[in-house]
Design a binder for this molecule. Structure first.
Ligand SMILES: NC(=O)c1ccc[n+]([C@@H]2O[C@H](COP(=O)([O-])OP(=O)(O)OC[C@H]3O[C@@H](n4cnc5c(N)ncnc54)[C@H](O)[C@@H]3O)[C@@H](O)[C@H]2O)c1
Length: 245
């Protein structure tokens, strides 16, 4: 897979899967533009990427702020000429509580970041992709959006929405050279671990361990590649054969 001549916009790229995607795409030649609410960590990722390319932009941006997202995409298009690949990865997920105890404000926060934070970047890049008749959009969903996680009803609902949005949008744009897919990770190693190959034993998968950031990034990079032109409207589980359905 070669990404020379292509540019990618990745949300939530300061740690975990987003950082791993940014590193792999840059290593394979892409110009990368990264946004996150955590600018300090994003600066560290930029330094790592600069070992491969100087074509790296970083933005402090909350994906639930449409104006800020539009500004980042505009600046990326000005610098790189276009956005070929969009990876909607930013999300809030570390919230656990029984449904009856979950505050409404928390629901609204997750709806805003996980759903609208996927909608805004997509709306911002699509006109250019439609004009050029080329694009790759990859949404990072979750196994929770497929099977539902107890005590994470709101999170599960947002990821289910991301999966159905993926399927519906793919039907609108696939005839224009634009593919839209989602990936649904199961348990992934702790995203604060800098080693993108790190994993921990896990009883949640028949494989017996968590997935790594690199394994998730490899799948996302394949879906972002020219080689994946005939895959669109899919949600691909990457969960080591999940137990406890
Ligand atoms: N880690 C897992 O076990 C797991 C499992 C299933 C799905 N996922 C999904 O994978 C994706 C990445 O998760 P992760 O665990 O690798 O990283 P993470 O959850 O630790 O970090 C996500 C990144 O998004 C950023 N972010 C959060 N809110 C933001 C906002 N409003 N605007 C911009 N950036 C924001 C964070 O600062 C961070 O860099 C998420 O969509 C998550 O739902 C993760």
């Amino acid at each position: 897979m070669d990404f020379h001549g292509q540019s990618a916009f990745i949300t939530g790229a300061s740690v975990g899967i987003g950082r791993a995607v940014a590193l792999l795409l840059a290593q394979r030649g892409a110009q990368v533009s990264l946004c996150d609410i955590n600018y300090e960590k994003l600066e560290l990722v930029k330094k790592e990427i600069e070992e491969y390319t100087k074509d790296v932009l970083i933005f402090k941006c909350d994906v639930s702020d449409e104006e800020c997202v539009n500004d980042c995409i505009k600046k990326t298009e000005e610098a790189f000429g276009k956005v070929d690949i969009l990876v909607n990865n930013a999300a809030l997920w570390r919230f656990w509580s029984p449904f009856v105890e979950t505050p409404t404000d928390e629901w609204k926060k997750l709806l805003d970041v996980n759903i609208m934070g996927t909608v805004y970047p997509t709306k911002a890049v699509l006109p250019g992709m439609l004009e050029r008749k080329y694009g790759r959009i990859i949404n990072v969903a979750s196994i929770a959006g497929v099977i539902g996680n107890a005590n994470m009803v709101h999170y599960s609902a947002t990821k289910g929405a991301v999966i159905s949005m993926t399927q519906a949008l793919a039907k609108e744009v696939s005839a224009n050279g634009i593919t839209v897919n989602s990936v649904a990770p199961g348990s992934v190693s702790n995203s604060s671990d800098e080693d993108i190959d790190a994993w921990q034993p896990s009883e949640l998968s028949f494989v017996g361990r968590t997935g790594t950031d690199r394994e998730n990034a490899d799948l996302i990079c394949f879906l972002a590649s020219k080689e994946a032109a005939y895959i669109s409207g899919e949600n691909i589980r990457i969960d080591g054969c999940r137990k406890r359905m």
